[in-house]
Design a protein around this ligand. Sequence first.
Ligand code: NAD
Ligand code: HSO
Ligand code: ZN
Length: 431
Amino acid sequence: MKIYNYQNLSKADIQKLISRNVDSGNEIREKVQQIIAEVKTNGDAALKNFALQFDKVELPSLFIEKNKIDQLANGISEEVKQAINVAYSNIKKFHESQISKEQKLETTTGVTCWRESRAIERVGLYIPGGTAVLPSTFLMLGIPAKIAGCKEIVVCSPPQKSGEVNGYLAYVAQLLEIDKIYLVGGAQAVAAMAYGTESIPKVDKIFGPGNQYVTMAKTLVQSTTNTAIDMPAGPSEVLVIADETANPVFVAADLLAQCEHGVDSQAVLVSTSKKIIDQTLTELDKQLEILPRKEIAAKAIENSYSVLVKDLEEAMIFSNENAPEHLILATDSWKTITDKIINAGSVFAGNLTPESAGDYASGTNHTLPTSAYARSYSGVSLDSFIKKITFQHINEMGIKNLGPTIETLAEIEGLQAHKNAVSLRLAEIKE
Ligand SMILES: NC(=O)c1ccc[n+]([C@@H]2O[C@H](COP(=O)([O-])OP(=O)(O)OC[C@H]3O[C@@H](n4cnc5c(N)ncnc54)[C@H](O)[C@@H]3O)[C@@H](O)[C@H]2O)c1
Ligand SMILES: N[C@H](CO)Cc1c[nH]c[nH+]1
Ligand SMILES: [Zn+2]
């Protein structure tokens, strides 16, 4: 892992360092465009062909239903069920706490404005399953969708070699009372949910993380269909800010946790202490050696780097530029810097707070913006599954009070019909 000294970095160097997963040759875009076009034209048949091509599975059916889900879920151990139940309960508590009702407001006497929430009716959840199947993602997307009250929840996940999903995903489906899972992965799953096929219903919004193909597909379909997306949530990344109070063993473990997701993941260590950087790098090599996903993590470490800074303030400046998906504050002084955080998907504060807690079970959502999109996007929450509709009611006093203002503004915009809509009411009231 390369070490940079912040003092020696030019603005251009920093921009280069913080850019990640850029499809500069447009290779991913072009491939995904072809996949989308194929699904649009050939529907289910294309999905079966892609399952064969990418997942190496011949699928007699593109989905499994309740009987099969129950059978697969029954095959998992009580211990795992218990762990999933704890995660389910914490995620549910945290997302239920996001339910809110806004007050009605009288902006001018007789003019009342308010907002009401409505669930997005048809949502599509993408559960990654390429290099690792992620039942935790099913919890992270399914729980807020259920709390919001979405009417139709379409779930897609790549078929496993068995031609099914694994028992852990099936158990989560049971908990969420979801009776169907589509065995479709990658860009083709996103295309299917955006355009609809013979088997897969078109949805209003697609949620979920995925590799660069999935993320590109989401970005493309949101500009070519009326299907929205949660955010670009691509290859996992982490930035750790560590001072001399950090524990290099924990820091190395946190860096590797995101690196093991995929070869295109990235881990960044920003430290005020050269000693901590050196100790972390030594520890990184040690821990990497015994990881089952060593090859994947080692590749991701090639995309990773560390930066030596003069103090925590400088560390925060770099971190805000980077806008990481996950930001770990490996310092006992974390309380002194939280208000300086401007861009981050999710923050893990203090030396005993591993990022894995948020990945699985503390309650916060792990579906988060990557590739610096944390500058403008929030992670998934209950709000992601809800639209807020504005309402207004104007009574006689209200139209008398506000009418002349509207008439003047309509007049300066040269929109006579707008003005008439007020004037005719005012005239009627006077009569
Ligand atoms: N940002 C977040 O919130 C978040 C959360 C969890 C996971 N992730 C990320 O999700 C990703 C999951 O990736 P994954 O690959 O394991 O699973 P995935 O489900 O995203 O992708 C697997 C699918 O990709 C398609 N695919 C594979 N190779 C292809 C190729 N050469 N051309 C076209 N399509 C191809 C196949 O259809 C396959 O089914 C990881 O990068 C992980 O870091 C991100
Ligand atoms: N770290 C991932 C988000 O980038 C989420 C995840 C799922 N399972 C383990 N981790
Ligand atoms: Zn993770």
